[in-house]
Design a protein around this ligand. Structure first.
Ligand code: SF4
Length: 237
């Protein structure tokens, strides 16, 4: 698919509902060549629910970094049960984690941006890169209003970092829309959202935010905003 075709598809899907974007993208890229990367945040849960009620057998996978909060494992299991879904769980390479922690300690991410990115690279980016190399497109729960690094997200785009297409069905929706969907359809969600966590990643790198604070202010809060991506979504400025 050429860059022009992707831009045309994205334009066609601009302003469409998340359901329409997902249906059309799956039609274009194929069910077995597309997958949802879920971290069980509110947005990912909405997409999982849409896939279920649209009866689209798109596989769902997640990255278990080894540092996730218990609440995330709880919602993983709740999601498996609710949708009868087999979620593929990807772990980092044991030897790489062992070498990193042996050299730099268990809490290296607080020491420098470089070490934090190295931890994200080993625990998240490497397993994700391996998985994405088997797909034509991946579905993500990114929204434009989530942070200064996500304002240019399109419904469908070429992900140059990983060499496949990225589908962002929730690019244009608001946080209120997401929560209205979750409450209306009783979608299982991470209990940490009720404790002031709008964005949830690894336990040592996520915290609650104050009312009115930026949605991603609780992720790697000790770094400046422009650095606060983990390498999974690198193309948005
Ligand atoms: S979010 Fe924190 S603990 Fe998780 S992989 Fe990145 S640096 Fe490591």
């Amino acid at each position: 698919m050429s860059r022009e075709t992707v831009e045309k598809l994205s334009l066609e899907l601009s302003g469409k509902s998340p359901e329409e974007i997902i249906r059309r993208a799956v039609e274009v890229f194929g069910v077995s060549s597309t997958a949802l990367a879920s971290s069980f945040g509110a947005e990912d849960q909405v997409i999982t629910d849409i896939l279920h009620h649209e009866k689209l057998q798109v596989p769902v996978f997640t990255l278990d970094t080894g540092r996730l909060p218990q609440e995330t494992y709880d919602v993983l299991d709740a999601t498996r049960k609710r949708y009868g879904l087999q979620i593929e769980v990807l772990f980092p390479e044991t030897s790489a984690v062992e070498a990193m922690v042996t050299s730099h300690g268990a809490n290296l991410f607080y020491e420098s941006v470089e070490l934090r990115k190295e931890c994200c690279r080993i625990r998240k980016v490497q397993p994700l890169t391996h998985k994405l190399s088997t797909l034509k497109a991946w579905i993500c729960g990114l929204r434009r209003e989530q942070s200064v690094t996500r304002t240019a997200i399109a419904p469908v785009e070429w992900d140059a970092a990983f060499g496949l297409y990225k589908i962002n069905p929730l690019a244009e929706v608001s946080e209120a829309w997401v929560w209205d969907y979750i409450k209306t359809r009783s979608v299982p969600f991470n209990a940490l959202h009720d404790s002031g966590y709008p964005s949830i990643g690894c336990a040592p790198c996520s915290r609650a935010v104050k009312p009115g604070e930026d949605i991603r202010a609780g992720r790697w809060w000790w770094e400046i905003a422009e650095h606060r991506e983990c390498g999974l979504h690198r193309e948005h400025k």
